[in-house]
Design a protein around this ligand. Structure first.
Ligand code: NDP
Length: 463
C-alpha cells in the first residue's frame, strides 16, 4: 500500500467534518482537517447556535409583558444590540475553540487554510502553499446562502451571514423567502423591535410543513405585528439618497427599510475545490453526488453534509459523519438513515415536527385519521396572551401507525426531539392512548386526543 501523510484528510471544519475527524482520530487514524474560515462551520459560527441565542434575546419583550399578569412590575426595558452581538461572539469563539481542541485532543491535526484537491490522494493547503497526501479524503465544505443576481439592486441586500453582525439594529427590515431562515429571522427582528415584513413567493410560508402549522403560525406572526406578503417577490431594490432602501415588491408595493435580507435557500460550496480536476461528479445544482454510503464516484473521496444537498440539517451531517467513519474505517458499511427526521423551526411560537404532514399522508394512505387540539397553553392564561398552541397527530387508519406528529407552541422543538424516537420506532396510536399523561403540561394533549377530529378517506374529508 502506498504510504500517505494521513489516513484521512477532511476538507471543511463544520459539524460534519469535525465529527468525522474527531471520531476517526480517536480510532487511532492519522487525521488532518483544514478549515478556511472558522472551526464550527455554519451551525456554530453563523447558523443554529447564534440564531438560537438571538431567538432567546428576541423573546424577552414578551416575557416582560407577560410578567404583569403574574403580579410583576417590570421597569421599562432597554435593549442594546451591540451587547448582544459581542456576547454572541464570545460564546461562538468559545465553541470554536472547543471544536478545534476536540479534534486535536483525539490526535487529529488542524489546519487553518483553504484546502483544494489536486489529485485523488493529494490536497493542497492553499494558505500554507504546500501539499499533503491522504489515503481517504472527506469533503465537508457545507453551503452558503443562495444569491439572487437576477434581482436588480441585489448588491444592496444582506444574507443570514451578515444579519448576525450588523453594525446597527435596523429600524425596518424586509426579508425575502418563506423557509426556515426567513421565518426565524422575521421573528427575531420583530422581537427585537424592528418593523418587519416577510415577502414570500408562495401561497403560504414554510412550504415543506403541515398546512395547519403553517397557517396558524402565519396568523400568530401577523397578530404579533409582523407583516407577511404571500404570493409576492421583490422586483427591485433601490438605494435612496438618505441611505435607506426602497424595496419594490409585487403589486406596486414599496417598502422603505434599512435592510433587505434574502433567505431564498442555500447552495453547496463546491467551486474551486479541484473537484473537476480529480473527476468528482456533481449534480446540476453543483452538489457532490454520493452513493448511499456518502462515497463519490472517486473511490477514496467521500462527501457529507450540506455539500451533498441531501437534507440540510446539522444533525444529519453529524449522522452522515458517524456512518462514514463506520464504513471507511471500521469495516462496517453503514448508510445514513434519512427517513423520519424530527425538526424544529425556531419561530415564535416554535414548530416541532416529525413524519408526514396531513397532505403527504393523504397522498400515500387511503384512510387517514387526524387528531388535532388547538388550545391556549396555561402559561398564556394569566399573562393574558391570546396565543394558541396546536398539537396534531396524523395516523394511518388501517394500521393505526402514527405517521406524523406536529406541534406549534412553546418548546415544540424539545417535544419534537422526544417524539422523533417513538415515530422512528413505528409507534401506533394505541401506544399513545395507553400512555399516561404528564399533568399539567402542554404535551399531555398528545396522549389525550382519543377520538379523531376528522378522517380523510381516499382524499375526502369526513368530519
Ligand atoms: P429553505 O429551502 O427552507 O427556504 C427557501 C425559501 O426561499 C423558500 O420559501 C423558497 O420558496 C424561497 N425561494 C427560493 N428561491 C427563491 C427566489 N428565487 N425568489 C424568492 N423566493 C425564493 O431555505 P433557507 O434558506 O430558509 O434555509 C436553508 C436550509 O437551512 C433549510 O433547508 C434548512 O434545512 C436549514 N436550516 C435549518 C434550520 C433549523 O433546523 N431550524 C434553521 C435554518 C436553516 P418555495 O417554498 O416556493 O420554494
Amino acid at each position: 500500500m502506498a504510504s500517505y501523510d494521513y489516513d484521512l484528510f477532511v476538507i471543511g471544519g463544520g459539524s460534519g467534518g469535525v465529527r468525522a475527524a474527531r471520531v476517526a482520530a480517536a480510532l487511532g487514524k492519522r487525521v488532518g482537517i483544514a478549515e478556511e474560515f472558522r472551526f464550527g462551520g455554519t451551525c456554530v459560527i453563523r447558523g443554529c447556535v447564534p440564531k438560537k441565542l438571538y431567538v432567546y434575546a428576541s423573546q424577552f419583550p414578551e416575557h416582560f409583558a407577560d410578567a404583569a399578569g403574574y403580579g410583576w412590575t417590570v421597569p421599562k426595558a432597554e435593549f442594546n444590540w451591540q451587547t448582544l452581538v459581542a456576547n454572541k461572539e464570545r460564546e461562538i469563539s468559545r465553541l470554536e475553540a472547543i471544536y478545534k481542541k476536540n479534534v486535536q485532543g483525539a490526535g487529529g491535526e488542524t489546519f487553518q487554510s483553504r484546502a483544494v484537491l489536486v489529485e485523488p490522494h493529494v490536497v493542497r493547503l492553499v494558505d500554507q502553499d504546500r501539499t499533503v497526501t491522504a489515503d481517504q479524503i472527506l469533503i465537508a465544505t457545507g453551503g452558503r446562502p443562495a444569491s439572487h443576481p437576477a434581482l436588480p439592486g441585489h448588491e444592496h441586500c444582506i444574507f443570514s451571514n451578515e444579519a448576525f453582525d450588523l453594525p446597527e439594529l435596523p429600524k425596518a427590515i424586509m426579508i425575502e423567502g418563506g423557509g426556515y431562515i426567513a421565518v426565524e429571522f422575521a421573528n427575531i427582528f420583530h422581537g427585537l423591535g424592528v418593523e418587519t415584513t416577510l415577502v414570500y413567493r408562495g401561497k403560504e410560508i414554510l412550504s415543506r410543513f403541515d398546512m395547519d402549522l403553517r397557517s396558524m403560525l402565519h396568523e400568530t406572526m401577523v397578530k404579533k405585528g409582523i407583516r407577511i406578503l404571500c404570493r409576492s417577490v421583490s422586483e427591485h431594490i433601490k438605494k435612496r439618497p438618505d441611505g435607506r432602501l426602497d424595496a419594490h415588491v409585487t403589486g406596486g408595493v414599496v417598502l422603505t427599510v434599512d435592510q433587505v435580507m434574502l433567505a431564498i435557500g442555500r447552495v453547496p460550496n463546491t467551486e474551486n475545490l479541484g473537484l473537476e480536476q480529480v473527476g468528482v461528479e456533481m449534480n446540476t445544482a453543483g452538489a457532490i453526488n454520493v452513493d448511499r454510503y456518502s462515497r463519490t464516484n472517486v473511490a477514496n473521496i467521500w462527501a457529507i453534509g450540506d455539500v451533498t444537498h441531501r437534507v440540510q440539517l446539522t444533525p444529519v451531517a453529524i449522522h452522515e459523519a458517524m456512518c462514514f467513519v463506520e464504513t471507511a474505517f471500521r469495516n462496517n458499511p453503514t448508510a445514513p438513515d434519512h427517513e423520519t427526521i424530527a425538526t424544529a423551526v425556531f419561530s415564535q411560537p416554535e414548530i416541532g415536527t416529525v413524519g408526514l404532514s396531513e397532505d403527504e399522508a393523504v397522498q400515500r394512505f387511503a384512510d387517514v385519521e387526524i387528531y388535532r387540539a388547538a388550545f391556549r397553553p396555561m402559561r398564556n392564561t394569566l399573562a393574558g396572551r391570546d396565543e394558541k398552541m396546536l398539537t396534531k397527530l396524523v395516523v394511518d387508519g388501517a394500521s393505526r401507525k402514527v405517521l406524523g406528529a406536529h406541534i406549534l407552541g412553546p418548546d415544540a422543538g424539545e417535544m419534537a426531539q422526544l417524539l422523533g424516537i417513538p415515530l422512528k420506532a413505528g409507534v401506533s396510536k394505541d401506544d399513545f392512548d395507553r400512555t399516561m399523561a404528564v399533568h399539567p403540561t402542554a404535551a399531555e394533549e398528545l396522549v389525550t386526543m382519543y377520538k379523531p377530529t376528522y378522517r380523510v378517506r381516499n382524499g375526502q374529508r369526513i368530519d
